[in-house]
Design a protein around this ligand. Structure first.
Ligand SMILES: [Zn+2]
Length: 263
């Protein structure tokens, strides 16, 4: 993407971008240089459902320059109660294409690559290695374990979350930090079976809250902040409106990261 000037030239973002992003450029933690980092950033979001909807929409709106979104499912009427990136007219369409259209309408300057098949193997490894952050908006453990291993191998920050019934959780894993746990430090047993929203239900705005937390954490990582959710698991009980943070240390016997240095 063509940019006016550069950090050294003093002028960073162009006039249209200055106007569009003025409310966050005003923040001392962002500024023009931070906005430029977001414009130059490349983020992979897996899953365009309840969490992927707000996560992708806030990242596009905030000016993240390049989003790769992946989902192999199609929009079903029962998704629309919470998956707000899709509209009623999208029922039956591929979620990846439906989400891309919405994100491009939201911010035409964000490049959106839509993948409508399951990313795995070498292609998953290559995509994870090419981006600045991976955002886990999937709904199952096998996908999360595969993403975790790919992020460990590539050293890519991994922002993972889950939401069901009235409960949500978010954690961040930074493989390049020796003290950072990985996703499997939290769930060492690969045979664990996830409950599903289809069976258990989920209250609509909960995924908005949790997916928005993923977008926030992703922006903070892109801005070079300290990623406060690394080594901590943030839990939200939407029924009692209680937030809780628990420590999440590295597991020395973790099947995925125990062979890695540090700890
Ligand atoms: Zn681990």
């Amino acid at each position: 993407m063509q940019r006016a000037g550069g950090v050294d030239g003093g002028v960073i973002v162009n006039d249209a971008e200055l106007e569009r992003y003025s409310r966050q450029i005003r923040l001392p933690q962002v500024g023009e240089a931070g906005q430029q980092r977001l414009l130059d950033a490349h983020v992979l979001i897996i899953g365009m459902g309840g969490l992927g909807s707000p996560a992708s929409m806030y990242l596009a709106a905030a000016g993240v320059g390049h989003l790769v979104i992946s989902d192999f499912d199609r929009v079903d009427e029962s998704n629309l109660q919470r998956q707000i990136v899709h509209s009623h007219g999208d029922i039956g369409r591929e979620k990846a294409a439906s989400a891309r259209d919405r994100l491009e309408a939201l911010n035409p300057r964000t490049r959106v690559d839509a993948l409508d098949y399951e990313l795995d193997g070498k292609e998953l490894a290559a995509k994870v290695a090419a981006v600045d952050v991976v955002v886990d908006c999937t709904d199952n453990f096998p996908s999360r374990f595969a993403l975790n291993r790919a992020c460990l191998a590539a050293g890519t920050p991994f922002v993972s979350a889950a939401a069901m019934r009235w409960h949500g959780q978010v954690a961040t894993f930074l493989p390049q930090r020796p003290d950072s746990p990985c996703y499997q430090c939290l769930y060492p047993d690969e045979s664990v079976e996830a409950a599903t929203c289809a069976a258990e239900g989920v209250i609509a705005p909960l995924v908005g809250v949790i997916g928005s937390m993923q977008a926030l954490q992703t922006l903070e990582i892109l801005l070079g902040a300290s990623a406060p959710l690394c080594g901590r698991l943030l839990l939200f009980d939407a029924w009692t409106m209680q937030w809780q943070t628990i420590k999440l240390p590295r597991n020395p016997d973790c099947p995925a990261c125990s062979s890695r240095g540090g700890g």
